[in-house]
Design a binder for this molecule. Structure first.
Ligand code: HPA
Length: 243
């Protein structure tokens, strides 16, 4: 079964008010209830990463509880949505990018299911599941031919503040194409639980310091809201390809 983790502003991809109370897991409470829906045809589970009212900031999300609950409910594949700032000059506001790499700048988050001993290492060369990425890319091409934002490096920052201009310069030097606050440790926890995982990133602003002006968060929110139909179409088509 598939699940979709809905990020900021994309929560309303299903009708507002449908998410209920969080559920308990051995790792604490999830961000929201898991809502079963057939809006895409096949049955999928939806989780609101930032809570049913959107009040849980990225650094406060209980990623372990969320991923554990999804696995526990029989989920094998996860499509995660996230809003991001664009760093690469190839990215425009409103673009959708399917990242293939991550640089993790977060700290202090509960980032593993493994205890201190025995230490278990695992391969994370490719943090996203390529099969899922290819289906997302195919769906995107079907809906919008010639769009080629099929790969890029996601820099995950701690939040809740946005970055300084100098930090974005550093991220750019590190090879990051986009910046957000949520895909880590979500992606590595998915790997620990052997869940397939890929992400759809919506560029809602140009990252800090790359334009003369400061970041207009109201405008970012408008972009997110106006992209809901596009994202819903992309996710729906991908779910259909998976079934
Ligand atoms: N930085 C970090 N996270 C974000 C941004 C940003 O510029 N835009 C949307 N999420």
């Amino acid at each position: 079964m598939q699940a979709i983790i809905l990020g900021t502003s994309l929560r309303s991809i299903i009708a507002d008010g449908q998410f209920g109370e969080s559920i308990e897991t051995p790792f604490g409470t999830t961000s929201s209830s898991l809502v079963e829906t057939d809006i895409f045809g096949p049955r999928v589970l939806l989780l609101a990463r930032h809570g049913k009212d959107g009040g849980i900031y990225a650094h406060k999300v209980n990623y372990r509880a969320n991923m554990w609950a999804l696995k526990d409910c029989g989920v094998n594949q996860i499509l995660a949505t996230a809003t991001v700032g664009g760093i690469s000059s190839q990215l425009n506001v409103g673009d959708i990018m399917i990242p293939d790499q991550i640089v993790d700048y977060t700290f202090g988050r509960d980032h593993t299911f493994f205890g201190d001993l025995p230490i278990k290492h695992y391969d994370f060369t490719y943090p996203f599941t390529n099969r899922l990425r290819q289906l997302l890319i195919q769906s995107r091409q079907d809906l919008k031919p010639n769009e080629i934002l099929n790969r890029g490096t996601y820099g995950c920052t701690q939040g809740p503040r946005l970055e300084t201009g100098a930090e974005i310069t550093r991220l750019k030097q590190d090879g990051c194409d986009l910046v957000g606050m949520t895909l880590m440790p979500e992606a590595s926890l998915a790997r620990e639980l052997e869940l397939e995982y890929a992400a759809v990133c919506l560029v809602v602003n140009v990252a800090a310091g790359l334009t003369p002006s400061e970041i207009d968060l109201k405008h970012a929110h408008t972009i997110a809201t106006s992209s809901i139909e596009t994202l819903r179409g992309l996710l729906g088509r991908t779910i259909q390809l998976l079934n």
